[in-house]
Design a protein around this ligand. Structure first.
Ligand code: NCD
Length: 301
């Protein structure tokens, strides 16, 4: 594997191996000799807290040098094309380019146009894929339940615009997940159901939650939609917000995930986000060893 662009069609064994490796890094901590002398560049065209920081920590804990490319101070701001930026950065002998971009498939485009052996890692492209998030969500679930075949998983919120939902579905189905329910108001359900093969779709959150083992809540991505599509925050919470009454419809130990950033009282109440069933901070913690596993897999010789 040279690049990580999507989890779509990734075989079960490969997903499992990455998760095993991540679990190993989580337990054993840093291994600074593994990528000593290698260089990782974070190229983020969209904002990020968790993903960028954890890629940086992951690279450092493997001994790599890390550069955070500051777009606002770069020649991109002077109009340099993406292709020229790519070839300029490659001339400095990078080993990995961690890319986040608002346009679908920009990481694939960079991988195709690279002149060097640089590895491209997708840190989120448009609504298409966020493979390391899919892996870390799968790891967070697997740490408590590894019977994906029997899990009932609900993904609720802005599914249409969510690269997290797409990569989660790819990871969960690769691991054997069969009962995945996508839930949202109609305008936020996927336009093309073929993008989510095998998933059920519903506008009824209460119904979807019945006996759920896992519920993944998604942020309303206002930056990716026309204002007209947006329900008012309070109306949205009344129908699709996760609060204590709703969570009681699920299995008693149902895990609650959210990729962050959370909008409190828009998609989730603070009581639930900070409560005993929340795995949100486990997800954040797992982000580092998952990204260590990906970097090690792609770069270690
Ligand atoms: C997500 C993203 O940017 O795709 N956040 C993240 O990476 N943890 C989800 C979001 O922004 O809602």
């Amino acid at each position: 594997m040279r690049h990580l662009l999507t989890l779509e069609n990734m075989p079960r064994a490969e997903v499992g191996r990455l998760l095993d490796r991540a679990e190993d890094f989580r337990v054993r901590g840093q291994q600074r000799e593994l990528l000593a002398g290698r260089t990782v560049l974070n190229l983020f065209f969209e904002n990020s807290t968790r993903t960028r920081t954890s890629f940086e920590l992951a690279a450092r804990r493997l001994g790599a040098d890390v550069i955070n490319f500051d777009l606002s101070r770069s020649s991109t701001a002077k109009g340099e094309s993406l292709l020229d930026t790519l070839h300029t950065l490659e001339a400095m002998k990078l080993d990995a380019l961690v890319v986040r971009h608002g346009e679908n498939r920009t990481p694939d485009w960079l991988a195709e146009h690279a002149n060097s052996m640089v590895s491209v890692i997708n840190a989120g492209d448009g609504s298409r894929a966020h493979p390391t998030q899919g892996l870390l969500d799968a790891l967070t679930i697997r740490q408590r339940r590894d019977d994906f075949e029997t899990l009932r998983i609900v993904i609720c919120g802005d599914v249409r615009h969510s690269r997290v939902a797409r990569s989660d579905v790819h990871a969960f189905t690769a691991l054997g997940g069969r009962d995945i329910r996508l839930c949202a108001p109609r305008v936020l359900l996927p336009e093309d159901p073929d993008e989510f093969p095998g998933c059920a779709m519903t506008e009824d959150f209460d119904g979807a939650l019945a006996d759920a083992d896992v519920v993944v809540m998604l942020r309303i991505q206002k930056e990716r939609m026309a204002a007209a599509l947006l329900p008012a925050d309070s109306d949205y919470f009344a129908q699709y917000g996760l609060d204590a009454r709703r969570l009681a419809l699920a299995q008693p130990n149902c895990m609650v995930l959210h990729p962050g950033p959370i909008n409190r009282d828009v998609e989730i109440s603070s009581e639930i986000a900070d409560g005993p069933q929340s795995r949100i901070l486990d997800q954040v913690a797992n982000g580092v060893p998952v990204r260590m596993a990906v970097l090690a897999e792609l770069l270690a010789r």
